[in-house]
Design a protein around this ligand. Sequence first.
Ligand code: CAA
Length: 407
Amino acid sequence: MRELLPKRAQEYRVRAHEIAERVVRPLAAELDRTGDYPWPVVAALREQGLMGLWIPEEFGGSGAGVLDLCVVVEELSRACGGVGVAYAVNALGSFPILLGGSEEQKRRWLPAVASGEKLIAFGLSEKASGSDAGSLRTRAVLAGDGYVVDGDKKWNTNGNAASLYTVYVSTRPDRGSRGISALVVEKGTPGFEIGKREDLMGIRCVPVHELHFRGCRVPRENLLGGVEGKGFGNAMMTLDRARPGVAAQAVGLAQGALDWALRYTSERQQFGQSVLSFQSTQFRLADMATEIEAARQLVYAAARTIDEGHPGASKYAAMCKVFASDVAMRVTTDAVQMFGGYGYTRDYPIEKYMRDAKITQIYEGANQIQRLVIGRALTKEATALGGMLDVTVEHFAPEPVAVEEPA
Ligand code: CAA
């Protein structure tokens, strides 16, 4: 039901689909093997004006929304999940500036991201603080006209490919998450080094690195919004906007796996007929297609709540991330099964879809954290129900049962 998308999103979809088929698909297997960065894709996206489309026109972007971003990520991921996240992570890295940067900071950093001249990454997680993001330990101390940063970041997607990094640091450890601030660090700043590259199961064309800060001096004017202590809220609001992008990646991967499953089962002959003609195959494909469509519509709806500034957006972002990534894992695993032994080899790209899908259940907040976010929202809603269900229900107020005393 992509037909129901607004006209602008449909146009983005067509442009992204063209790049996905012409540039991404022919490269996907090689990028997976070599781990090379998808620079030819970045070049094509720049040519088509798709880099930084979510950035307002006044800062060099196209002024598009999260919904437009999601349809582009979906189309790219349908051909390669690694390419999908390599692109989407620029939104994750630049949303903090859009949400919390001063006018001057936006003018300084966003145009280069919008044009694709510079890639940007997001540095929140650390070795000892993943789900519990508020416990991060990277320290920044104000000294004269700058902050001296010491600490290490983990799981930095686009690590060595980026030129700009939004990094969350503690400026007041005694204040917990209220003492967290956001700094923009430029590559090449003395004391800032890109560390170990992770050897990942999937999304292998995207470099995920550790970041190290050793007495790294970051100018005071790189403090987002010029105010300390606003970092944690900024990170949370950023993740609310970015999680539909992960969900869109998951939808694209699931759709890509379904495309391959349809093609393979229609060509593969067993017992004198195509595998697709077996009812058991058709029933499973029917369930896969239905689940994918449900996930897609939830992603689009969540993206629209963000674009329209709806207060419930956080819950919907978490819902679509959980649902779409679980669908992607189920669909890609079942697609591998449909390929039989061939599914377990690299003769076909289907095993890559399964490897790429797994991370969507983990990053930008593991699905357990998404359920926690949804659960907290529901708890508030339960309070808001007030007297709505104020009726006498026997089950809640049972008659006391007489207990017979033993003789
Ligand atoms: N929007 C704005 N503010 C928010 C918020 C939101 N969605 N959620 C929380 N806050 C604010 C609260 O209002 C509170 O503010 P005050 O201090 O002023 O009262 C403050 O943040 C603390 O809130 P909580 O007590 O709810 O925070 P918590 O410690 O319980 O943590 C959490 C909440 C949801 C578990 C959060 O820690 C979280 O999202 N964890 C997962 C982190 C994550 O997604 N990491 C992935 C990093 S990116 C990545 O994977 C790598 C990559 O490059 C792709």
